[in-house]
Design a protein around this ligand. Structure first.
Ligand SMILES: Nc1ncnc2c1ncn2[C@@H]1O[C@H](COP(=O)(O)OP(=O)(O)OP(=O)(O)O)[C@@H](O)[C@H]1O
Length: 344
């Protein structure tokens, strides 16, 4: 379990001005065995946060603990040992260019005192897990970006950590390669039970593999929770922007404004099995309203379908009110789109 309590991090300003606050009172708990994602725009403080977890950045104040061991209190030697339990992968892979794949994994193991026969066993085991058994003798410049990241993952796993930190590990990869690396992280989490804390600026990464998510802005966590809850009822404006970004509306604002005079425009969010229910179609049969779908899409969250429709409900106010209440009873999240839909 990773526990961050009231973390503050400031950096001295380069021009002797005010110190830069990168993290402000951040508290997070990542449960053992889960995949936890931190999302935010550039400069939100994500990298600083993830680097505080293994004390690559030492927090200005606040406490970091892994499996109950508080990193702040540790001696240099204790911290070195604790870090072996925390693997990390990076956007830029950080491989040794002059060493082949085998040595990229073997050298760090040798430096931590692992025996030669054990090193061979581990390199073989983890190259097999990442699907690169046949690339042992190859040098990094002969590998694709996805293969380089697989080597980096094997290197991190070879220390047999409980925790894997991922700092934008798929940001430099194309969409298909990103998906294959995300599938590999899912496999590692499921089969080896490794807890994963990842940071990203891509919603796709969150929805594909994360159980829980925290949203960061200006060095603060502005919202956190189960991915399904945060996606279906985002509270903060920035979270809504992220969620809307996966459902870009192609309905012209002027058209929506024109329709609004004849009845509400609503966003309907479906979670889990209710995504398959034709709730909207029953509404026009039960009540004196006409429904018209303006746009819609369904995405797959880690385990559940999650859909959003923008629809126009046309009819007398008392009937449209009843229709909206009925939809909510059916487990559909309904929110009225006011003054035209704006995906930003
Ligand atoms: N070593 C440093 N010295 C001074 N300021 C820093 C340092 N590292 C980060 N910062 C500042 O702290 C803030 C948060 O940066 P951080 O890199 O953690 O954000 P981020 O969300 O990871 O952004 P990005 O996605 O662009 O990497 C920024 O204002 C940044 O300029």
């Amino acid at each position: 379990m990773i526990e961050l309590k009231n973390i503050h991090k400031t950096f001295p300003s380069k021009k002797n001005g005010e110190p830069i606050t990168a993290l402000s009172d951040v508290s997070l708990t990542v449960q053992k065995g889960e995949i936890f994602g931190v999302i935010g725009y550039s400069g939100a403080g994500k990298s600083t946060l993830v680097r505080c977890v293994n004390h690559l950045e030492v927090p200005t104040s606040g406490e970091v603990s892994i499996n109950g061991n508080v990193l702040n209190d540790m001696t240099t030697e204790q911290l070195r040992q604790a870090r072996q339990n925390i693997g990390m992968i990076f956007q830029g892979f950080n491989l040794l260019k002059t060493a082949n794949v085998y040595d990229n994994i073997a050298i760090p193991l040798k430096l931590t005192g692992v025996e030669k026969s054990e090193i061979k066993k581990r390199v073989d085991k983890y190259l097999d897990i990442v699907g690169l058994k046949d690339k042992k003798d190859v040098f990094p410049n002969q590998l694709s970006g996805g293969q380089k990241q697989r080597v980096a993952i094997a290197r991190a796993l070879s220390h047999e950590p409980d925790v894997l930190l991922s700092d934008e590990a798929t940001s430099a990869l194309d969409p298909d390669t990103t998906d294959s690396i995300l599938n590999l992280l899912l496999k590692i989490n499921a089969e080896l039970g490794i807890t994963i804390l990842l940071i990203t600026h891509e919603m796709h990464v969150i929805q594909k593999i994360c159980d829980r998510v925290a949203v960061m802005e200006n060095g603060e966590v502005i919202e956190q929770g189960n991915v399904i809850d945060v996606y279906s009822a985002p509270k903060h404006q920035t979270t809504r922007r992220f969620v809307n970004s996966i459902f870009p509306s192609d309905v012209p604002k002027a058209f929506i404004e024109q329709l609004e005079s004849e009845g509400p425009i609503i966003d309907l969010t479906f979670v889990g099995t209710s995504a398959d229910q034709p709730a909207l179609s029953t509404v026009s049969k039960r009540f004196n309203v006409d429904t018209n779908i303006l746009s819609g899409n369904i995405v797959q969250l880690k385990e559940h379908p999650f859909g959003k429709l923008t629809a126009h409900i046309k009819g007398p106010k008392e009937e449209t009110d009843k229709a909206l209440a009925y939809l909510e009873e059916q487990g559909v999240q309904v929110s009225e789109v006011e003054q035209g839909y704006d995906s930003n």
